[in-house]
Ligand binder design. Structure first.
Ligand SMILES: NC(=O)c1ccc[n+]([C@@H]2O[C@H](COP(=O)([O-])OP(=O)(O)OC[C@H]3O[C@@H](n4cnc5c(N)ncnc54)[C@H](O)[C@@H]3O)[C@@H](O)[C@H]2O)c1
Length: 342
């Protein structure tokens, strides 16, 4: 529940989604404390608000319970976004990724319990694994490969995070809400760790061939950070969401091959498209999901979430961001609780 001038902690607040969330919370009048180890995030993501008097940044790890306790002391609410994210990072560093994504979450939930803060846990559509159902509802089964393949450790860890969060709510009364983000894109996202949209856009802007893995017929639904972030705040501010998970995904299903073509069209790039076998892009035995389509009806019913930004527009904004053009992801009037826009 929103209180005027909430003291809000954002773990991973120097990351792609976290930095947009921090901006929105400051606009809404919150005092915001970021805790981030700057492993995949960067202070550059916060440069537009670096001098804001209600922003405090703690450089530290969520795996350090002392740092987490200090950062969250007196907090009303915590958005827990810090995580090892991206297929490349997970496959290359499975151990530290597991530690961050499991021990870090446990430290944050413990600290929230201690301080009495509400928590929003950022989970992922990856937890559905290879389930290719037409519309993945929050109750859909999870179909994962072997736990010995590091490719699945992100989904496994986020699944454990959700189970932890649910148990903290169920047994200890922690006020926690879970969101399952599908492929989210927008300004400031980096392609360095395997995120497909900024990777393809960067290749197009450089005039290089766009590399599409596998046969390119795997499909995804991309959502825009400017649509998703306000819904995350709305969901945490709604008490009926406690102990539940909510999908937040995009509306348009598209194959990665068609996505690459759309990137070329939007950027006006002379680039071509090449298919790269998964074994070359990752390692032997890598498995991808053929399809991932969200059922957003629970989020829509609870807080009116409707992803409205068209994919071509998202690509254009990602291209602007990579080219160094500053972009406001919330150009439409956001529901400001206070008019205190910095
Ligand atoms: N972007 C997507 O498409 C997507 C999809 C599903 C779920 N998510 C979830 O959303 C959240 C944010 O992801 P993002 O896309 O902004 O990625 P990101 O990599 O930009 O953000 C993650 C942030 O966490 C920080 N971090 C990593 N390990 C940390 C640690 N041990 N201690 C403190 N900070 C740490 C990083 O430095 C970074 O700033 C993550 O929890 C991710 O699992 C994202």
């Amino acid at each position: 529940m929103k209180r005027p001038g909430s003291r809000t902690v954002v773990t991973g607040g120097a990351g792609f989604i976290g930095s947009h969330l921090v901006e929105l919370l400051l606009r809404r009048g919150d005092e915001v404390i970021v805790i981030d180890d700057l492993s995949t995030g960067s202070m550059r993501n916060l440069s537009a608000i670096a001098d804001h008097p209600r922003l405090h940044v703690v450089v530290g790890s969520v795996t350090d319970p002392v740092a987490v306790c200090q950062a969250t002391r007196g907090a009303d609410r915590i958005f827990h976004l810090a995580a090892a994210v991206g297929v490349n990072l997970i496959v290359d560093s499975p151990l530290s990724s597991l530690r961050t994504n499991i021990h870090g979450t446990e430290a944050v939930l413990d600290a929230a319990l201690e301080t009495g803060a509400e928590v929003l846990l950022a989970s992922t559509s990856e937890i559905y694994g290879k389930n290719t159902a037409d519309r993945l509802s929050e109750d859909a089964d999870r179909i994962l490969g072997s736990p010995l393949l590091s490719r699945w450790s992100y989904a496994a860890a986020k699944g454990i995070d959700e189970a932890f969060a649910h148990a903290y709510w169920n047994q200890l009364g922690l006020q926690v809400t879970i969101v399952r983000l599908f492929n989210t894109c927008g300004p400031r996202q980096t392609g360095r760790y395997g995120m497909v949209v900024p990777r393809l856009v960067s290749q197009a802007l450089r005039g290089e061939a766009l590399t599409v893995f596998g046969d390119g017929r795997q499909t995804r639904c991309f959502s825009y950070v400017g649509d998703v972030v306000p819904a995350m705040v709305d969901l945490l501010e709604c008490r009926q969401t406690r102990g539940l998970a909510f999908n937040l995904g995009g509306a348009q299903e598209i194959s990665i091959l068609d996505l690459a073509q759309l990137v070329i069209d939007v950027t006006g790039s002379p680039s071509s498209i090449v298919l790269v076998p998964y074994e070359e892009a990752y390692s032997a035995g890598y498995e991808d999901m053929r399809r991932r389509v969200p059922d957003n009806r629970r989020s829509e019913a609870m807080v009116g979430y409707v992803p409205h930004t068209p994919l071509a527009e998202m690509i254009g904004r990602v291209a602007d961001s990579i080219a160094g053009v500053a972009a406001d992801p919330f150009p439409a009037p956001v529901k400001l609780l206070e008019t205190q826009v910095p």
